[in-house]
Design a protein around this ligand. Sequence first.
Ligand code: XIL
Length: 452
Amino acid sequence: MATSNRSRARVALRTGVASILAAVTVAALSQTAAAADSLGSAAAAKGRYFGAAVAANHLGETAYASTLDREFNQVTPENEMKWDATESTRGSFTFSNADQIVGHALGKGMKVRGHTLVWHSQLPSWVSGLSATDLRSAMNNHITQVMEHYKGDIYAWDVVNEAFQDGGSGARRSSPFQDKLGNGFIEEAFRTARSVDPAAKLCYNDYNTDGVNAKSNAVYAMVKDFKARGVPIDCVGFQSHFNSASPVPSDYQANLQRFADLGVDVQITELDIEGSGTAQATNYGNVVKACLAVSRCTGITVWGVTDKYSWRSSGTPLLFDSNYAAKPAYSAALTALGGSGTPGGGDGSGATCSVSYTTSEAWNDGYNGKVTVTAGSSPITAWSTGVTVPAPQKVVTTWNGSPSWDSGGTVMTVKNAAYNGSLAPGASTSFGFTVQKNGNGAAPVLGACTAS
Ligand code: XIL
């Protein structure tokens, strides 16, 4: 209990700090142009989420974070919640990297899928060395500690991942859990999970279960049995890693539907489709349409933001290329969701920018303001943003930008100078200005940034 209170406090603190920072930044300024037409907002209009797997070590990259924040309204930590990341030594838990992702996501109002509690892979070797009795208590303790830490923060947990064998046998996969605890380990994991966080949806997640086949039949039988016996399960995740050897199955939608008909939600949890151009776009469009056609398909997660960091990077399986430019697959996914098909719903060039403000120097009756302009996921050739200084402040001079004034002389619109309008995706430039306070020390307010 004490432990759980500490965990909650940590989570609350983390979120609190994020919101204070957000409030400070927003009050002074930064607005990202138009998240109005994005994968996340288009999915939300259909009552669903559209998410991405995220790696904590890329969050500091501006183009990565701005693409994530603009397009997605759900995240799954790609590796940071796995057993080897959270409990590499028995009984000693590490949450810092996963906390970073969860803090970022909750600060932006995104849902988080927890991935994953019990899996044979990325499992520290100490676990495989345990006796059955010890393994059972280690498994239940792992589930309890990790779920307690994130209690209230997680929309759905992949409680058990990949417990079935590939191929036609329909058998369970050999793993320390299966081999020592038998089939019952799955049920036990779900029961423990429900007792820890009754508000989180509990999912079984697997791959090569996307169409009707021996493996998905075996998972289907398990879910049916769980529902019949009241074992807590709320959702089934379909990883959906596709390539030419493992294409989007023609009965994908029918398979999602038959699981939904058992009374569980279905989710596409790790979507990536190797390929390029129109063929890849068609596949993405079809996957989105299949989910939309199944009312209990609650959302789609792509397994990464950019091809650059995909676990199958050479297959370029994602929606944004290595320069964060939206691919035809992006347009197909967005169009299938009912959106315009262009990032940010802009002029079709995908040009967007965002601005943020800092006071670089201040003195008794004046200050120097600095505005950083950052291009979104497409290259831009021009930018423009508003700056309002609170009366009776007066802007004395500006540099690295070309200002014009509204009739009242309080709002200046600053366009790029001749030499700093062109920015690569994610690249930044800045302009500055000197303000006379005239007795008012308040910070200026920025308008939205627009780009072409
Ligand atoms: C992958 C990650 O993307 C890689 O970074 C890591 O090296 C291995 O795991 N099924 C899953 C995911 O459930 O957790 C896997 O993620 C991909 C296959």
